[in-house]
Design a protein around this ligand. Structure first.
Ligand SMILES: [Zn+2]
Length: 307
């Protein structure tokens, strides 16, 4: 069965200013690398639909959604926090970014595709139920996971987050929801300085010190993620795929390489194959060194294709 690659033109129009690291060229870096490696010809391309109001409202409060809609500027930038801004295209992009994960969910649950990668902007894992932050407006992976449970009757979901920053938004939305297991690694201390304050039982948060490389990351996955995933037996595995733990990334200090992203993806494929009919929905979060982002995402996608 094919691997879906889901994106949308609006993702290239969302732009938070000329020096912002979360920039449209990130998606070109991934797309160009997929073409140059030949992987693109193995992907089935889809255009992301806009998420419905109902889908977004499963994980965000109505007051928050109204605030985001009202914040959409007709020109210039409207700042939601010092790092997170909306231009006239951002609201459309945010709706399609969440919709990408909804479509990916439909494709893998119905069996039309086995795995999916959503090449989206803005990212989502810092967006809490009622707060935008950290470059994120709507929590894309949470919208997708909530859709799987509400519409497809999925009872056990895993969300895997290997972005270098803690996915505080996803934790905020699903904390103490026994249907959802979230496993994550993140550099600590580092923005957003969360993840260690008495996490709920369904949160497996593994902080890593600056300088941690392949072996420390792989030990965390083997010792903390995989046993929890084995106990949870997820029917579908979501990946908050941030590639900013790469050693070349300017925003953090972990020392991962492309080979680590390939390795962890193979481990997740094994979990999904054993428990979830091979279903994996991956969505882009961070990753700001453009060359490293393209190489890392391509190796991640190579393993999704091979699954
Ligand atoms: Zn990040």
């Amino acid at each position: 069965m094919p691997t879906a690659y889901i994106t949308h033109p609006s993702f290239l129009l969302h732009d938070m200013g000329p020096y912002h690291p979360e920039c449209p060229d990130r998606l070109h870096a991934i797309g160009d690398r997929l073409i140059s490696t030949g992987l693109d010809s193995y992907l089935t391309h889809y255009s992301a639909p806009a998420a419905t109001a109902e889908a977004i409202a499963r994980v965000h409060g109505q007051g928050y959604i109204t605030t985001i809609e009202a914040g959409s500027p007709s020109s210039g930038l409207h700042f939601l926090d010092p790092d997170t801004a909306m231009n006239p295209h951002s609201l459309t992009a945010a709706r399609h970014a969440a919709g990408a994960v909804v479509l990916a969910t439909d494709l893998v649950v119905t069996g039309e595709c086995s795995t999916a990668f959503c090449a989206v902007r803005p990212p989502g894992h810092h967006a809490e139920r009622d707060r935008a932050m950290g470059f994120c407006l709507f929590n894309n992976v949470a919208v997708g996971a909530a859709h799987a449970m509400a519409v497809h009757g999925i009872e056990r979901v895993a969300i895997v987050d290997f972005d270098v920053h803690h996915g505080n938004g996803t934790e905020n939305i699903f904390s103490a929801d026994p249907r959802v297991l979230m496993v994550s690694t993140f550099q600590h201390p580092l923005y957003p300085y969360s993840g260690l304050d008495h996490p709920a039982a369904n949160m497996v948060n593994v902080p890593l010190a600056a300088g941690t490389g392949s072996e420390g990351f792989r030990d965390a996955v083997r010792n903390h993620w995989l046993p929890a995933l084995e106990r949870h037996r997820p029917e579908i595995v979501y990946v908050s795929a941030g590639f900013d733990a790469h050693r070349e990334d300017p925003l953090a200090g972990l020392e991962l390489t492309e080979a680590d992203y390939a390795w962890v993806t193979r481990e997740l494929v094994a979990v999904a194959t054993k428990h979830g009919h091979g279903r994996i929905v991956s969505t882009l979060e961070g990753g700001y060194a453009l060359s490293a982002l393209g190489r890392s995402a391509a190796e991640h996608i190579r393993e999704l294709i091979a699954a």
